[in-house]
Design a protein around this ligand. Sequence first.
Ligand code: COA
Length: 344
Amino acid sequence: MSNCLETSRLILRPWQEADAESLYKYAKDPAVGPVAGWPPHASVEHSREIIRTVFSEPETYAVVLKETGEPVGSAGIMRGDGMHSADMQADEAEIGYWIGVPYWGKGMIPEAVRCLLRRCFADLGMSAVWCGFYDGNRQSQRVMEKCGLTYHHTETGKVSPLGDVRTEHFMRITAEEWNLRNGILRDSPDLNDSPEICLVSSDKKRYLSLLLLADEQESMIDRYLERGDLYVMRDKQAHDAFAVAVVTLEGEGVCELKNLAVSPQCQRKGMGKRMVEYLFGRYKGMCHTMLVGTGDSRQTVGFYLSCGFTYSHTVPDFFTQHYDHLIVEEGQVLRDMLYFRRTL
Ligand SMILES: CC(C)(COP(=O)(O)OP(=O)(O)OC[C@H]1O[C@@H](n2cnc3c(N)ncnc32)[C@H](O)[C@@H]1OP(=O)(O)O)[C@@H](O)C(=O)NCCC(=O)NCCS
């Protein structure tokens, strides 16, 4: 029997026969199944049959929207016989997923997959998790990249469950890589009074007041917070958070520092730089470049230059186009986004 798992917007729970109508509503769409290798559902009865057979396997979850209670997709962990690639070992698993077309592009499957990765590594003791996507399924590839999987190998001449021959690319994340991304991390563990830096994966909005210091419009923070890695620097004794940073994986070896904020009373004490240096070390193994975008503010640009970033490119009018009000820093209205890069 599978557990119920919860993320900020979703419940992942076992499928029930009563879900057949919802399943049919989304799985009959020819945009969903065939790219993943399975046929569109033909009737509510067909969907019910799939729930009784395929979806009754352990660790197969209905992706249910908390807001409406409706199952709108499926995500599951396959072990042993269910796995597609001969490269996989007994203590490894494969994750598969899909979501109904109206919910594409909202980051919901990455949210579900991050939760299933936690289940694989923290609860089931897996040593590695794989995902495969058929050649050309960029959407699925992006989900894997956002969740920290990296390319491993390609298998050609594979007959899909629909009977056609396809090329399948496999991506993987090992337990070691996942731990590195998700463990509680200590900055200088030998110094007792030094602050600690933790990666926070749930209830990220509790740090909103700090995040708003660096990015003053909540809807803009919403664009990266859930998919990003949120780091919080806090005082070990008092447990008060005084700095935050958010880093997103942008694919092809590039990560982006989306938010960096230090509370006003702790500014100018080297904490921001310390956080940035910590992040360089953390993403070094995973990415070759870190990007950061900022307004044309002398102080902020100076800070990033002093951290070793160099100018990369400009996105004109970013602030005036994307924010619902003018952003003013050091008495200047911010217009363009200046990007800086640093090789890791
Ligand atoms: C792959 C899939 C599960 C992605 O789920 P999702 O919750 O939409 O994931 P995301 O919101 O992170 O979007 C992933 C990518 O899809 C693409 N995308 C987003 N919205 C889209 C839309 N409306 N139409 C087409 N593609 C879209 C983008 O490339 C996006 O990457 P980006 O955020 O870097 O721009 C979903 O597209 C799906 O169910 N596809 C059909 C089944 C399938 O391919 N399953 C995987 C088999 S390996």
